[in-house]
Design a protein around this ligand. Sequence first.
Ligand code: NAD
Ligand code: ZN
Length: 346
Amino acid sequence: MKALVYDGPGRRAWTDHPDPGLVDDTDAIVRIDAVTICGTDLHILKGDVPTVERGRILGHEAVGTVVATGSAVTGRRPGDRVLISCISSCGRCSYCRTATYGQCRGGGGWVLGHRIDGVQAELARIPFADTSTHPLPEQVTDEAALSLADIMPTSYEVGARNGRVQPGDTVVIVGAGPIGLAAITTSRLFSPTTVVVIDREPARLSAAKEFGADVLLRPDEDPEVAVAELTGGLGADVAIEAVGIPETFELCTRLVRPGGHVANVGVHGQPATLHLEDLWIRNITITTGLVDTSSTPLLLRMLAAGRLDTSGLVTHRFALDEMDEAYDVFARPQESDALKVALFRT
Ligand code: NAD
Ligand code: ZN
């Protein structure tokens, strides 16, 4: 088969690779029908994630068709269309029993394309297939489901749900990349009155408007003053950090009202400053975490029922064999205006 292989910092190859086979009896082999590229893949390719070894197949956002299952897989059969969860987890350990799949201690907890091979390939081995794949309802298209592998559950769980968005709230989302845009959609599920989006790129702010943001701000437009004016001087109820740098995290802590919530989604490469001398007296709650994908079945039901709109995220489409072109477009969003690029089996 063909697969996108990480070949050390700065090097990738869409190349011939041995087909994956069943290893454990809980595995499934899935033929990849559609797959997206994520910012995390670019971080890995740069060499920023030293735990990823050379030779690793990248990718963790895909849908496909089951072609083979191990003897212990009870809920999936060859021919099933499935959404592949970005995290593979056992489903039985104490963490999985509370749906904290990312912390699985039963031999899983792997992000695909990180410590185990991923899904940017013609075929993928998915461990613990019963918990790590989700049957796709017939009416849900491959493209509509793709964002439920990672970015919709991330924005829902680590963003809107951790941030405890309530009806009537003012929510500020800092960063309007795919995660921040998805956070507009998933915050709306909790009926806030006002969604403010802050990004430094005009094209990303235009996308945020398309996704239903009410107020658009650039970081140089004094967002603290603007948000205070919008909220009668109080500050936002919830701030969702979707960039991953100290300055935007620290901005979020200043944007929320006393008693407000900061939901950090961004993956940080450097320490941020926590002004506990200020945060304690304002009763600020700060949450962070890895997506646990516990919300995927719920989001899939909402998608199938027409209650969740995932359109607008995929801006560029390629054939699977055009992996190199797709990476080039995704890696240059300033030139391409790409949000998500999707590749489809032809
Ligand atoms: P992205 O890089 O595509 O988007 C980031 C956005 O932030 C861009 O639109 C950029 O213009 C904007 N930005 C950069 N600097 C800014 C600044 N100073 N002020 C305002 N905006 C600024 O990233 P993404 O794919 O949308 O992901 C967002 C973050 O979420 C990343 O850190 C990613 O690693 C993280 N993430 C976390 C999880 C999790 O489990 N917690 C899962 C997936 C992704
Ligand atoms: Zn991803």
